[in-house]
Design a protein around this ligand. Structure first.
Ligand code: DX5
Ligand code: ZN
Length: 224
């Protein structure tokens, strides 16, 4: 496995002080900044778009990991790429042409990924593994921070890990296996053991006063 990455979700940050929150969480040891985009159509909530991505870009050199919970997908890809996104992921049910959307993300110089809701099967990966840099497994139904981890995700992580390892054995490119939703200090160890290598955490980090302490505790759980 790769060294683990911690990707704080700014959904639970103080939006009135977003630049400062991002600087602080990166100083505290964050590897990626997870940026949740919700459209009140694909998910029942409304958040932030490319203008906010552009506004926060100067606050860190850490990769910005844009999680699109929007439908349709394609028109936002060039906008987020121009706004400084490094990674763009989308839900396969939200794009009519998955292969084309993945290619569009890479054509704009970003890493590309698919996101799987708890009830979405992994077979969407079958013919596009070569166009993917990230597999993002939702361990809650998307739309809100602060929900509880759905336990069946652990088996799905094992299955996704198996797909990635099998693909790597044939010489495929690196693919990150990221998990999003309800990740905490007390469950990150078993999520890692199931095969995840990149961990989104919103409320677990921004809900505590000392971000560095939480991130260090998460890393020590992974190292156990
Ligand atoms: C949920 C978002 C998550 C969310 C995670 O739809 O995709 O990234 O911020 O929040 P926590 O870690 O609080 O479950
Ligand atoms: Zn997310």
């Amino acid at each position: 496995l790769n060294a683990a990455r911690i990707a704080p979700s700014i959904l639970s940050a103080d939006f009135a002080r977003l630049g400062e929150e991002i600087s602080n969480v990166v100083k505290a040891g964050a590897d990626w900044i997870h940026f949740d985009v919700m459209d009140n159509h694909y998910v029942p909530n409304l958040t932030i778009g490319p203008m906010v991505c552009q506004a926060i870009r100067p606050y860190t050199t850490a990769p910005i990991d844009v999680h699109l919970m929007v439908e349709p997908v394609d028109s936002l890809i060039p906008m987020f790429a121009k706004a400084g996104a490094d990674i763009i992921t989308f839900h396969p049910e939200a794009s009519k042409h998955i292969d084309r959307s993945l290619a569009l993300i890479r054509d704009h110089g970003c890493k590309a990924g698919l996101v799987f809701n708890p009830g979405t099967p992994l077979h969407y990966l079958d013919y596009v593994m070569d166009k993917i840099d990230v597999i993002l497994l939702m361990s809650v139904n998307p739309g809100f921070g602060g929900q509880s981890f759905i336990p069946s995700t652990l088996q799905k992580i094992r299955e996704a890990r198996h797909r990635i390892d099998t693909y790597h054995a044939t010489g495929g490119q690196e693919i990150f296996l990221e998990v999003d939703g309800g990740v905490k200090v007390d469950n990150i160890g078993e999520i890692y053991a199931a095969g995840a290598d990149t961990f989104v955490a919103g409320s677990a980090i921004f809900g505590k006063p000392d971000y560095a302490k939480v991130i260090a505790e998460m890393r020590s759980e992974i190292a156990k």
